[in-house]
Design a protein around this ligand. Structure first.
Ligand code: PLP
Length: 400
């Protein structure tokens, strides 16, 4: 078919770097720091196998049937439990919740009901590619705000709002941001929600890494306008991404519109996956499982940081993330996209920072996803990186 028949949405806003990369990551022997992929060795296989057999034998007639667009009542009740109490003591109710096919569908459906072409949407100067793709699909315009170790620079956003910026929405990954690893501080997050109320934009909180805070501390919730806040959760990083179970909670005006859009998108989320997730959450084993994930991921992060410090010394600048799956690293004077092709030839890959960039130069940065590789591969991967690292084109800023 002629590409000229494809519509505007089908023209990628970004190069296919990541797709090509992920293809490379699958070649035998490649050590990949590229994909944001949970550790497959930690999937609770035996538990899920037993539960799946039980679900199909016990509830197969319903679990293999079409289901309700917004999700089964049991799934909604189970997923509402992932939200915890809000600052005012209330809890998310099933009525406010839509079960989605992963957080990714929740983002797309939110965009479908909120955004018009040309609408500015606040995001970070390096942000989640899946959301940047959604914004592109809907013709929205990402409006970048700097992000540092304390999260989005909300003071800066306020200056721009005072200067006349009128966004439709603000996209926020509150915990262990993909790609920067940053967690927004509670005061900044509260400030953002006050700005949302004052200026009338929606805050889309996409929070798939909230359970992966390594010290096990509970996330701090902040006061938010319930009419202007969309909270998205996922079971991808705590159970299995292949099940594709996520949730969207928000004001009734939005969840009703989202449900109508979801009907045309996929009728409903897999009833079988829903039943499996309900069964898994119902075992009460999830807390223990997630605690295991946290300590394993933290140990891998320590290993990666140790190897990086040994091999790169002062040629790298990192902020240690407090959780999640990503290390965001700066290699002053090195163009990481150029480095990548040499690294791939040496059997290791990562995602260059520029792939995530929004209106800012991120070419000396890289996202290293450290949870998928085995401990041995993590160390070998850093060796392979060091063997191929280009000579910096200028003195590192910290030494200059
Ligand atoms: C920030 C962020 N949001 C959403 C998603 C998609 O999650 P899900 O598998 O629930 O669709 C990801 C996956 O990597 C992510 O990093």
């Amino acid at each position: 078919m002629s590409p000229s028949l494809l519509n505007r949405r089908s023209t990628p806003a970004r190069s296919s770097t990541i797709r090509d990369l992920l293809d490379q990551a699958r070649t035998p022997g490649m050590i990949s720091f590229a994909g944001g992929i949970p550790d497959p060795d930690r999937f609770p296989l035996a538990l899920l196998a037993d539960l799946a057999a039980g679900v199909i034998r016990g509830q197969g007639n319903e679990a293999l049937q079409y289901g309700a667009t917004a999700g089964e009542a049991e799934t909604k009740a189970a997923l509402a439990g992932l939200y915890g109490p809000l600052p005012d003591g209330s809890c998310i109710s099933s009525a406010e919740l839509v079960v989605t096919s992963g957080a990714q569908q929740a983002l797309d459906l939110t965009a479908r009901v909120l955004l018009e072409p040309g609408d500015p949407v606040i995001c970070a100067t390096a942000d989640y590619l899946g959301m940047l793709g959604v914004l592109n699909d809907h013709g929205a315009v990402p409006h970048p705000i700097p992000v540092d170790a304390d999260g989005l620079d909300v003071e800066r956003l306020e200056v721009e709002l005072r200067g006349g910026l009128r966004p439709r929405a603000c996209y926020l990954v509150p915990h262990h941001h993909n790609p920067t690893g940053a967690t927004i501080t509670p005061p900044r997050r509260a400030h953002l929600h006050r700005l949302s109320s004052r200026y009338g934009f929606v805050v889309i909180e996409d929070d798939p890494y909230r359970e992966l805070t390594y010290d096990g501390s509970e996330p701090v919730e902040v006061a938010a306008d319930p009419e202007l806040t969309v909270r998205i959760r996922s079971t991808s990083k705590i159970l299995s991404p292949g099940l594709r179970i996520g949730a969207l909670a928000g004001p009734r005006w939005l969840t009703e519109a989202v449900t109508i859009q979801k009907q045309s998108a996929d009728l409903h989320t897999s009833t079988l996956s829903q039943a499996l997730v309900v069964a898994a959450l119902g075992t009460g084993l999830l807390d223990e499982h997630v605690a295991g994930l946290r300590s394993s991921y933290q140990a891998k992060l320590d290993l990666l940081l140790g190897a990086i410090q040994d091999r790169f010394e002062d040629r790298i600048i990192v902020d240690r993330p407090g959780g999640g799956m990503f290390l965001w690293a700066r290699f002053p004077g090195i163009d990481t996209s150029v480095w990548l092709s040499r690294a791939i030839d040496n059997g290791v890959c990562f995602v260059p920072g520029q792939a995530f960039a929004v209106g800012t130069d991120r070419s000396d940065q890289a996202r290293l996803s450290f949870v998928t590789a085995s401990p041995g591969d993590l160390v070998d991967g850093v060796d392979r990186l060091a063997q191929t690292a280009p000579v910096p084109t200028r003195l590192p800023r910290m030494l200059a």
